[in-house]
Ligand binder design. Sequence first.
Ligand code: PLP
Length: 424
Amino acid sequence: MTAFTLRDGAMHAEDVPLATIAQEVGTPVYVYSRRMLEERATAFRTAVAGLGAPLVAFAVKANPNLAVLRVLAAQGLGADVVSGGELRRALAAGVPPASIIFSGVGKTSAELGEAMAAGIGQLNIESVEEAEEVSALAQVAGTRVPCALRVNPDVDAGTHDKITTGRADSKFGVLLRHAPQAYAQLAALPGLHVRGLAVHIGSQLTGLEPLEHAFARVGTLLAALRDAGHTITHVDLGGGLGVPYRPGDTVPSLAAYAAMVARVTQGWNVQLLFEPGRIIAAEAGVLLTRVIRVKRGLAHPFLVVDAGMNDLARPALYGAWHAFEAVQPTGGRMRANIVGPICESGDTFATERDTDALRSGDLAVFRTAGAYGATMASSYNSRGFVPEVLVDGDRYAVVAQRIAPDTIMNAECVPDWLPEAARG
Ligand SMILES: *Cc1c(COP(=O)(O)O)cnc(C)c1O
């Protein structure tokens, strides 16, 4: 099911015509569906409900918009954060601190202090070095921080290199062979309540095998740690489930994922934690864009749209494929290269794409842009940041205002000791 469908020949977000949003808010603009966010959150929670009472913590980096976080928090999702900025967003959206997990390989002492002061539910520690710093800070603050040790299971997730995180050469977590010693070191540190393990092997996984492999290795480690006398009450299985971006993409169902987890974690006797990001938000959003002009090309025309790689980075960054569809399709088709206005050839969304016939001024969407879309935007080419809109039935609200290039320019200063421009 999708919330972005054609009605009387025009694409709507739920009950709102996208043309209305384009006219009133301008383009490019990210448009999210509240209903779809809720549906995905419910689907995930329902799928894993049989696995005890797991904490499902939305990976905030996938879509950190405050209104989106509010929608998900109301569905009972916690938050997995990877920076002080994301922590503050989760708290501002009303996520209970106990339902917040803090992950990441480079948490600064300021960020760790903030997390402790907020009383977050779990700190996923990525190294013994980090644990020692946490211990020192916790002792000063007079607290005991619930922690898990993130392990690197040395499993290739089979996804794009840039979003693979569980291979032995990755910067994330502690190698399995180092984990027993690291766990003992953590357990001996004052100020830490070391209660379990965490694993996350990558994103946009289209098969369950790498996950099953990784979880099985965590299970072996879990048993060894218990044999060594450690108490383990929590295991965080991370995120990573993929979504279909192009027709024909196959991804595991939530039911199959939950069944696999049930099988592998049988007898673990722990509380499970999950950190889904993409699978919750990706399909709940589109990037609405307008065709600036259609330019003659070598073999195919260039459809130059007003969204660029700075607004939606995934195609330039990962060679990612996003479905591209007209908001008011005529039935005609064309083959085109779809590009943005940025002065870089990487600013290409699609080459030789068979697409709806479009002309200058027409509206179109990039689908499946609700995760790793707006959140990865930059102001490259001094383009500012595009607004975000949340649709709810027949109403909508701007949930992130456009940040104009001038606002960014105004944050810069030229020292008065620099000379004026030379004349003549
Ligand atoms: C990015 C990330 C996630 C979410 O990954 P998805 O593929 O979006 O589900 C979960 N946990 C950690 C530690 C992450 O870095």
